[in-house]
Design a protein around this ligand. Structure first.
Ligand code: SF4
Length: 763
């Protein structure tokens, strides 16, 4: 709910947490020093200098004018300012002293000197690939871009990847496979309220991004239907017209069963298949090999439930499938998403307004974070690192020979697994893998085995505690930068207050390290300067930002990419006709194309391209313009239950905590709402174990043991247990999870592994 009745009287910005990137405003906290001038384009009025002794310098207030959340914020966003308080965050660099073995305060010069020397020493003695870089999906576009450039040019290493690999990489791979392009949602979120049916697969957005729930309630108020697919009857599933609860890891079979029934019941869109797709015969054969009765045995979802889902999905002209981590975080995640995309293509629900497939990206800059070159296999502009033309273009922007750019490196888990082996030093920025990586105890061990670890973070996270050098960096409210939301809407986060004197921006850190390693130029600490280069590097690529400027972002409520610098109809996959232009100013209208056209009077003069809210309306981004079916077939999870480990564990999130909890676990209100982990289990299983609500349970997998109180509920399948993963210590859920990797995307199988559950001794 909104935090204050006041309209945005401060600096307009966006939430530091999830990919919804809710609009919010920051105003001077009561009792704080007087406000000062803002910084950055359209910097607003709420900036200030200095911080009060104990509290945060600014507080969050609602920003009703931003169209996506219209002022609504969840508890995480509403309390986001709490982490700005000096006593909860890092305010000075730390260096581990050989004499004490402890992290102790240091000057910036010392911390950067030690880091640069260690990286250079490793590089010169062990080779460039002995240095690793691990980024994050919460980093701004500018940071992601600079980090990738720093790794490839300054360090010359191929060993860079980021935690977004753990988030939605399989959906991205499936999107590229089918459509030739991955943008989480190829349409504005507001379309969800206007379609006829939404199939929500493995998303609990009522807890992960609550303001988005209103699109689903509006959908139903408009007469649309909601199907939720989740092994748990989540808060989101409570809103569904139909809830299907498959066994974890069987979503692919479920999609095949639905497609089988679509064919059997003659509900195909033959015209769409013929004119706008390729590969249907093979996909059809794959689906027809999966009989509904067989799918019922695999998934636990009955044939009548399957038939009802097909009826709801097909008895309306428009429909969407939206996936999230449930089907994506599997060792067959890419094929699973492909199977859901096949369902859309076979029924003609893609490439036109109010229909299509979309991925609900999770992390704050999960979308932009994968576009600008911190991914092992990619260059800025969402270009492929092994594409000679892409290498030549980016090398030209960087002023280097393409031959100096490394080849693609290891994926995130494989990189973490190599630490202490052939990767001896690591620069970690904006990630906390000790909590968030699969097989986390092993990852923690690998981090400890490094010769050198430097961590840039705002707090002393569990991963930072293992570092040799900790570099304290600015937070979202203290710096200007851009993010790209789950809609593909590029947004300006504005600076609203000064940071404490002892911290620097991540860009400043890279600037300082680059200078020490011989790169006086090329790594500016100023975000707008980085953004301008990023736009040039992206020009002509799949994620083209070249028509976007800070001034434009400040004047509008964000711009949807691709936004090439040039003619209004220069976008490669958008439409020049009706339906492409839900105004970025409203985000609500399906057919207000004129609102985004050049010269319509609503944008600053000189801006040629309106951005592209809706993709694929005329053609898909494949060479022949057709969407591609992929013949996905069911296969078992990497670790099926057996006599020793008879249950399935699935993991997920709770409303009041975010990702590894590094920030949200430091907020009193959020800790009160979600103080620790728990094990959700069905009463039948609880009865078999002889446990009741609150009893301590040990969950044991082949990788370790986690202990947490029981939460007995009929909202989960009897053959499945659930744990949220936001905590460290004995209740760390990722101690248990399986790093089996999806062959296409290298996504680990977070969402299902085999476990046993047993009563645990009192602590
Ligand atoms: Fe922030 Fe996401 Fe909550 Fe919105 S839904 S306030 S972006 S955490």
């Amino acid at each position: 709910s909104p935090t204050a009745a006041a309209a945005s009287a401060g600096t307009d910005t966006h939430c530091p947490y999830c990919a919804l990137q809710c609009g919010m405003a920051l105003r001077r906290a009561p009792g704080g020093p007087a406000a000062d001038a803002g910084e950055g384009a359209g910097g607003g009025t709420g900036a200030r200098t200095g911080t009060s002794a104990a509290g945060p310098p600014v507080e969050v207030v609602e920003r009703p004018g931003f169209p996506v959340n219209r002022g609504a914020l969840c508890s995480k966003g509403r309390t986001a300012h709490a982490v700005l308080a000096p006593h909860v965050r890092l305010t000075e660099p730390l260096v581990r002293r050989p004499s004490s073995g402890l992290l102790e305060p240091a000057t910036w010069d010392e911390a950067l000197d030690v880091t640069a020397a260690a990286l250079e020493r490793t590089r010169s003695t062990r080779g460039a690939d002995a240095v690793g870089v691990f980024g994050g999906g919460g980093l701004t576009n500018e940071k992601a871009y600079s980090l990738g450039k720093f790794a490839r040019l300054v360090l010359g290493t191929s060993q860079i990847d980021y935690n977004g690999r753990f988030c939605m990489s399989s959906a991205a791979a499936a999107g590229i496979r089918a459509f030739g392009l991955d943008r989480g949602l190829p349409f504005p979120l507001s379309d969800v309220a206007r379609t006829g049916c939404v199939v929500l697969v493995g998303s609990n957005l009522a807890e992960t991004m609550p303001p988005a729930l209103r699109y689903l309630t509006e959908l139903r108020e408009n007469g649309g239907k909601l199907i939720v697919i989740d092994p748990r009857r989540t808060r989101t599933a409570e809103h569904a017209d139909l809830h299907l609860a498959p066994r974890p890891g069987t979503d692919l079979a479920l999609a095949l069963g639905l497609l089988h029934l679509v064919v059997a019941e003659d509900r195909l869109d033959e015209e769409f298949i013929r004119t706008r797709t390729s590969g249907w015969p093979e996909a059809r054969s794959a689906a027809m090999a999966h009989w509904p009765e067989q799918v019922e045995r695999i998934t636990g979802v009955s044939v009548p439930e399957l038939r009802e889902a097909v009826r709801l999905f097909c008895d309306t002209p428009d429909a969407m499938v939206l996936t999230a981590r449930g089907p994506e975080q599997q060792s067959k995640g890419t094929d699973t998403v492909s199977a859901w995309i096949n369902l859309c293509l076979a029924t003609g629900r893609a490439g036109r307004p109010l229909s299509g497939y979309g991925c609900l990206t999770g992390q704050g800059n999960g979308q932009g974070g994968r576009e600008h070159g911190q991914k092992a296999d990619q260059l800025p502009g969402y270009r492929k690192l092994d594409d000679p033309a892409a290498r030549a273009h980016v090398a030209q922007v960087w002023g280097v020979d393409p031959a100096v750019l490394p080849v693609p490196g290891r994926s995130a888990y494989e990189l973490l697994d190599a630490l202490g082996g052939d990767v001896r030093a690591l620069l970690l920025m904006g990630s906390n893998p000790v909590v968030s990586a699969p097989r986390a105890a092993h990852v923690e061990e690998r981090l400890r085995a490094l010769d050198f670890l430097a961590v840039c973070d705002v707090v002393l996270s569990e991963s930072a505690q293992l570092a040799d050098v900790v570099l304290p960096v600015t937070q979202w409210a203290e710096e200007t930068g851009t993010t790209t939301s789950l809609e593909g809407r590029v947004l300006l986060r504005r600076k609203a207050c000064d940071p404490p004197a002892g911290v620097r921006s991540d860009l400043g850190v890279l600037n300082g390290l680059a200078a020490r390693l011989g790169w006086e130029k090329g790594f500016p600490a100023e975000a707008e300067e980085v953004f301008e280069e990023l736009c040039r590097a992206s020009a002509g690529g799949p994620a083209d930002y070249s028509g976007i400027t800070y001034a434009r972002l400040a004047a509008e409520d964000g711009v949807f990419w691709p936004c090439p610098d040039g003619r209004p109809d220069a976008g490669p996959y958008g439409s020049g006709d009706g339906g492409s232009g839900s105004g970025s100013g409203s985000g609500d209208s399906v057919d207000t194309a004129g609102q985004q056209r050049a010269g319509d009077g609503s944008r600053p003069p000189g801006i040629a391209h309106p951005g592209t809210p809706r993709l694929f309306l005329d053609r898909f981004a494949t060479p022949d313009g057709r969407a591609r079916f992929f013949p996905a077939v069911h296969r078992p999870v990497a670790e099926e239950p057996d006599a020793q480990y008879p249950l399935r564990l699935t993991t997920g999130r709770v409303l009041a905590q975010y990702q590894s909890g590094a920030q949200t676990r430091r907020v009193d209100e959020l800790n009160a709402a979600a103080p620790g982990p728990f094990v959700e289990l069905h009463p039948r299983l609880a009865g078999q174990l002889g446990v009741v609500d609150g009893d301590r349970l040990a969950v044991v997998s082949r990788r370790g043991r986690a202990v947490a109180p029981a939460r007995v509920t009929r909202a989960i399948r009897p053959d499945t247990v659930f744990m949220p993963f936001h905590w460290h210590g004995e209740g760390r859920a990722n101690t248990l999870t399986n790093p089996a990797l999806d062959p296409s995307s290298r996504m680990p199988e977070f969402k299902v592994c085999a476990v046993r559950v047993e009563p645990a001794a009192p602590s």
